[in-house]
Design a protein around this ligand. Sequence first.
Ligand SMILES: Cc1cc2nc3c(=O)[nH]c(=O)nc-3n(C[C@H](O)[C@H](O)[C@H](O)COP(=O)(O)OP(=O)(O)OC[C@H]3O[C@@H](n4cnc5c(N)ncnc54)[C@H](O)[C@@H]3O)c2cc1C
Length: 395
Amino acid sequence: MVQQVPQVRTQELDLGSDARCDLAVVGAGIVGIACAWAASKRGLNVVLIDRHARQIGASIRNFGMVWPIGQPSGELLRRAMRTRELWLEAAAHAGVWHEACGSLCVARHTDELAVLEEFVSRGNDAGYRVRMLTPDQAIERSPWLVRDGLRGAMLSETEVCVDPRQAIERMTVFLREKCGVRVLLGAPVAAVEPPVVRFSTGQCLRADRICVCTGEDLRQLYPEIYAQSGLAVCKLQMMRTSPQPSGRRLGPMLSAGATMRHYRAFEMCPSLQSVRERFSAERPEFDRWGIHVMASQTPAGEVTIGDSHEYGEPVLPFIRDDIDRLILDYLGTFLSLPEQRIAERWYGNYLKLMTGGTEFVASPHPAVKVVNGVGGAGMTLSFGLGESVMASWLG
Ligand SMILES: Cc1cc2nc3c(=O)[nH]c(=O)nc-3n(C[C@H](O)[C@H](O)[C@H](O)COP(=O)(O)OP(=O)(O)OC[C@H]3O[C@@H](n4cnc5c(N)ncnc54)[C@H](O)[C@@H]3O)c2cc1C
């Protein structure tokens, strides 16, 4: 599909002597970065474009959890593990801060313990690297866990923590300085008209191929595709504490019973049903607002806490205090942070496929690829996805 040509003045974009490229990537969130990185590794002349002077989309608003344990076994777990591998490569070559700290999922009810035990009994054969810890062993690794009522925990070794704000910035600099990618920030794209990318200024860039990775803003450039895609916008509320004292660390990233309801990986456990039923009966508002509670820690020691999931439009710009309270109250049942002051609150949006798919890839024109719909797993899946999209497109 070719977009309507807006009636604006056209001039060559100032890209030095070369206002053309092999591949233009529109949108420099994690998906755009992943596609640009994969294409540059294949020797393409790539231009990466974002409308803002620095990226401010979902990719800097998340926990920074590279979270293979949440993905169902098989193709998605493999893609998550490949993405993990590429994050370690990014850490080595781009200076991305990371902590390969793994994750702990804690059980405070017998039904939660049953799910974790079932997961461990099946999980290692399915490709996860998990084992059960006693309450004492869990507290040894995660000193701020609430001991009272703790029944056990599942340790997974595969999760990696990055600081999303730093990671996106470092990857952008890395692509520009080490991979030969030309980066245009503060450059809103008004239309994609292959082989031309037209900017809101009227300037244009010629590109043999154009990859559209505009996250929640897909609708602006491709309203018809968005309308037929099965994608819906999801709004998530997040918080961050002040730094924990004396440089102390959280240990593994944390989740608990509420999270078992959230990730598809746990669906291999029939015992999950009773956890779901108990939550629906005891905490109906968790179902209402899509709440589950996780925690990660930045290099500066702040603990990032979230989140909720509200689907559909319009996305209201307001942060609801009742949702934040539910998240913090539940966090307090399993984690007692020495520093509890909330220093920041924000929300983020992403597009999620409501039909069950885990990515949305479309070709409205042979020279255009739309890559979107990674939902709540963009940090976990995008590098692997970018690699496979580029492999099948470029051959
Ligand atoms: C609160 C929250 C917590 C999350 N936690 C995690 C987590 O811990 N682990 C995990 O794996 N995933 C997590 N996710 C999911 C992950 O953040 C997203 O899947 C991912 O960031 C989506 O990346 P993206 O590149 O598609 O979108 P974005 O990051 O939103 O990037 C899209 C970019 O396109 C640009 N753009 C849009 N339109 C135009 C245009 N016309 N011209 C030029 N540029 C344009 C935007 O400015 C933006 O920078 C979380 C998401 C949220 C919101």
